[in-house]
Design a protein around this ligand. Structure first.
Ligand SMILES: [Zn+2]
Ligand SMILES: [Zn+2]
Length: 259
């Protein structure tokens, strides 16, 4: 059994709760500490109930709460080996475990794939418990065959749908920031997410959480519609063959269950 609850998702911060029958894992802790603790309390959990924090990369929107969290609670932190030293500088009483291969947290096996992002190192993750598989890929400027294969056998995925390209191009960001976001080492657009979903047609993926939306250069309708149209173009009807959610920056009540 796996239950996935996006708590906070977007350019201002990211944190996802993944629960099995035995363990609770946070994927990233990049939002206000108090807000994360509050969201966990709404789900009957305290920080001490979290068995591991798994970090995707070193950007603040993914690790902002780590200093405060690890000062209060010595939850083990897992981060890509290549940035373990950087993460260790942001952590107080927790051990930082460098990730190189698969590892286990209780009854959950965690594997990773390489993302392409303007960070020192960025990983997407897959959480496997028995036959249940959830994969998360955000913060990548493009999707490779390796990433597609990584996502393909999951029943539920969280996929970045960061921006609408036209909104970004016409928006107020500086030229350099626009180029950064649009680059192959930036963030996935709605169209790139849609193309990814088309390529995943015929795979195990049935539940899709669109994530890491930009508040300035996207909106939920655009992201959702692009994904729905992509699935429809492959004969998959939203609500029947696939279910698509759009994660919110501030308030998420959705929990995806696999069992
Ligand atoms: Zn990032
Ligand atoms: Zn990010």
């Amino acid at each position: 059994m796996l239950k996935i609850s996006p708590l906070f998702s977007g350019s201002k911060g990211n944190c996802t709760l993944i629960r099995s029958a035995k363990v609770n894992i946070l994927l990233d802790a990049g939002f206000g500490y108090r807000a994360i603790v509050g969201a966990l309390a709404e789900r009957g959990l305290a920080p001490k109930d979290i068995d591991a924090i798994v970090v995707s990369h070193e950007h603040t929107d993914h690790i902002g709460a780590l200093p405060m969290w690890t000062k209060q609670t010595p939850t083990p932190v897992y981060a890509p080996e290549r940035i373990a030293d950087i993460i260790a500088q942001r952590v107080y009483f927790s051990d930082v475990n460098g990730i190189e291969g698969d590892f286990e947290v209780g009854d959950v096996t965690v594997s990773h794939c390489e993302c392409f992002h303007d960070a020192e190192c960025c990983f997407g993750y897959k959480f496997v418990c028995g036959a249940d598989r959830f994969a998360c890929v955000t913060d990548t400027g493009h999707v490779t065959e390796e990433i597609l294969n990584f996502l393909r056998d999951a029943q539920a995925i969280m996929l970045e749908s960061n921006h609408d390209e036209d909104m970004l191009r016409r928006g107020e960001y500086s030229y350099n920031l626009k180029q950064r976001i649009l680059s192959p080492y930036g963030h996935l657009s709605n169209a790139q997410a849609a193309e990814t979903l088309r390529k995943l047609s015929g795979s195990s993926v049935r539940q899709i959480i669109l994530a890491h939306l930009s508040e300035n250069n996207n909106n939920k309708e655009l992201a959702f519609n692009a994904a729905v149209e992509a699935c429809a173009s492959c004969g998959a009807v939203e609500g029947r063959d696939v279910v698509i959610y759009v994660a919110d920056q501030y308030k998420n009540e959705v929990t995806v269950c696999l069992d």
